[in-house]
Design a protein around this ligand. Structure first.
Ligand SMILES: [Mg+2]
Length: 229
């Protein structure tokens, strides 16, 4: 057995294709509300949503405020709560794997390394996407921030997972994910090794040199090599 026994693996843009899910669900939702979907409209929504998620990560707003405000701010509506509910129903049906992700998980499942998903997100949509994709059958357990009372990069998120697994030796854990501000920073905050995942068709994220990253993996073959090291 290699160095790592437990992999804490991010879900969105590491295993599941959130961009495709969001595009598919946003188009369906906007059509219901008579708003034309265009790439510019999507870009505007994404910017609003991302800024609200950053405010949530900093503890400035609540999850309920995020759900409502993203539609009210992005589309100037006063029915943000209802629009968000329709959006969540549509998104919950979109569980698309990134190319190569399912094969990577199958290879990982053939080892004796225990794999856990750690994801920031809303319980309803994440659980729907997990069911739609069948991801639950590929890993031991899925941890969703809304159900845990902790959001990555809060080290409490890792503490809860490690506490449940029951092995206090943090050198046996590896956090792998695509986000500097949630996954890599979680590892730094919790004193765990990390692997920044960069999809083969993507560039390294800006600011990666500012972080204490243990490994960088371009694509799933490299990620598997790191995990088995
Ligand atoms: Mg991610």
């Amino acid at each position: 057995m290699g160095k790592y026994r437990y992999i804490l693996l991010d879900m969105d843009e590491t295993i599941l294709d959130f961009s495709l899910a969001e595009r598919t669900a946003l188009r369906a939702t906007l059509e219901e509300f008579g708003i034309e979907y265009t790439p510019d409209v999507h870009k505007h929504y994404s910017e609003v949503n991302l800024s609200l998620w950053k405010r949530l990560e900093k503890g400035e707003i609540t999850r309920d405020e995020l759900k409502r405000l993203r539609f009210e701010i992005a589309f100037g509506r006063d029915d943000g709560t209802y629009m968000n509910a329709r959006w969540m129903d549509n998104l919950a049906e979109c569980g698309f794997y990134l190319p190569g992700a399912r094969e990577f998980l199958d290879k990982l499942a053939a080892t004796d390394i225990r794999v856990f998903i750690i994801t920031n997100g809303l319980s309803y949509t994440q659980n729907g996407r997990i069911r739609a994709s069948g991801l639950i059958d590929c890993v031991e357990k899925i941890y969703i921030s809304e159900e845990m009372g902790a959001v990555k990069p809060d080290p409490l998120f890792a503490d809860i997972v490690i506490g449940e697994i029951g092995d206090p030796d943090r050198s046996r854990y590896l956090v792998a994910g695509d986000s500097l501000s949630s996954d890599i920073l979680l590892a730094e905050n919790a004193g765990l090794d990390s692997c920044l995942f960069v999809a083969e068709d993507k560039d390294l994220p800006a600011g990666y040199r500012d972080h204490d990253i243990t490994y960088i993996a371009h694509g799933y073959d490299e990620l598997l090599s790191v995990i088995l090291s």
